[in-house]
Design a protein around this ligand. Structure first.
Ligand code: GLV
Ligand code: MN
Ligand code: MN
Length: 399
């Protein structure tokens, strides 16, 4: 079996952290297609080449390091949230690089590596792998905009060395993604490894309510069409109306709000906000959508607002492939007997899209205090190395 080198793996992980280092702890600011993201992908392509892999940058800027002939595919993403941690995505990419490099040194099994573009959804939801898998047509993706109005088409044009063709998925026998848990379970239970059983589904759309902008001093409370008040009412109402539909593991978030014109002395005339919800049951996601649309209509109608919905983005819940899952479970048992568990993923991953094309499975390592999508995200280095060993062990079994 290939001999992985944990020092080399950790050194690469720390080197990648320098691209977009936030200056706060180990945090990074490396959103898709930012200067830091493009530079990091260039660095990664060099590492892939040094490891003996053939680099292919696809039309949206996902970076593949390809082994010759049929292979397993390993990886994740190297873009970050607007405020992100050093491991979200990066861990799976660098672990993949180390396993592929060690495999080349050992003369097999063949392993390819990928860093998908825009997993963190500057433009959509796991945009790069969604386009590759056909979950999101490229022409639809091209029309998506980030929160500053930049289109996906303009952003991906910034990515150098793109080739015209997408990578043919038929060359891969399966996809393994290692990731931090991004939640509290493993840390709280002192488990070293989570072997993922299923990934939740998600829906995400923008909602706009347009009322009337006016003077904050002279406009009587009675009769105002205040867009912030409309959002506030919507937020309260959906929580009430969801009550008999959701379970304790259902989540919903209004994470981004643009209030116009966003000034203390102006009754706000317009609000656009993101509405995102996640659950393991596709039917429930649909019932929540009905409530969301109806509630927005009710708020708009009762307060005299114009209402519009942006495009609906989403991914269905998916189960992991049994054979790949079992390989990870056997490897975890061999490496950390009694200190691993099977668990669902409440975070999204590229693996969801890739499951359209080939068998997929995932493993998690603990997140200290369950913190992620924040500069404070971290994991003990010993846990990172354990995860790498479990991944390499599974590749050894499958290869
Ligand atoms: C991806 O990082 C997510 O939002 O779960
Ligand atoms: Mn991630
Ligand atoms: Mn993330």
């Amino acid at each position: 079996m290939a001999q992985i080198n944990s020092e080399r793996f950790l050194a690469d992980l720390h080197e990648l952290r320098q691209f977009g280092a936030s200056g706060v702890g180990k945090g990074v600011v490396r959103p898709a297609y930012s200067e830091a993201d493009i530079a990091a992908r260039d660095w990664l392509a060099g590492k892939m080449r040094d490891a003996g892999l053939r680099v292919h940058v696809d039309p949206v800027g996902s970076v593949f390091g390809l082994a010759e002939g049929p292979s397993l595919l390993l990886g994740s993403h190297s873009d970050s949230q607007p405020e992100g941690g050093w491991l979200d995505g990066a861990l799976g990419v660098i672990a993949a690089l180390e396993v592929a490099r060690a495999s080349v040194e050992a003369g097999g099994p063949p392993v390819s590596v990928v860093s998908f573009q825009d997993e963190e959804g500057r433009f959509g939801v796991t945009t790069g792998s969604a386009v590759w898998s056909g979950n999101l047509p490229l022409d639809k993706a091209d029309g998506l905009t980030d929160r500053d109005g930049v289109t996906f088409a303009d952003a991906r044009a910034l990515m150098p060395h793109r080739e015209d063709a997408f990578v043919d998925p038929a060359q891969f026998s399966g996809f393994l993604e290692m990731h931090i848990e991004q939640g509290p379970v493993l840390d709280r239970e002192s488990d070293a490894i989570g072997v993922v059983e299923a990934i939740v589904g998600i829906r995400d759309m923008k909602i706009t309510l347009e009322g009337e902008q006016n003077h904050a001093g002279t406009t009587p409370m009675q009769g105002r069409r205040d867009a912030f008040q409309a959002l506030s009412r919507f937020n309260t109402l959906i929580a009430e109306r969801f009550q008999n539909v959701v379970t304790p593991s259902t989540v919903w978030t209004i994470g981004h709000v643009t209030l116009h014109p966003n000034a203390s002395s102006i009754v706000p005339g317009r609000v656009t906000f993101s509405m995102q919800w996640r659950d393991g049951d596709a039917d429930r996601l649909g019932r929540m959508e009905t409530i969301i649309r109806q509630t927005a209509e009710d708020v708009a109608h009762s307060g005299g607002f114009d209402l519009s919905f942006g495009p609906m983005l989403g991914l269905e819940p998916v189960d992991m492939d049994a054979r790949l899952h079992d390989a990870l479970a056997h490897s975890a048992e061999a490496e950390v007997s009694g200190r691993w568990r099977k668990m669902p993923s409440g975070a999204l991953h590229d693996a969801t899209n890739v499951s359209k094309m080939m068998p997929v499975a995932m493993l998690f390592v603990p997140s200290i205090n369950g913190i992620s999508h924040a500069f404070g995200e971290d994991t003990d280095e010993a846990d990172l190395v354990t995860g790498l060993r479990v991944l390499a062990g599974a590749v050894g079994q499958l290869g």
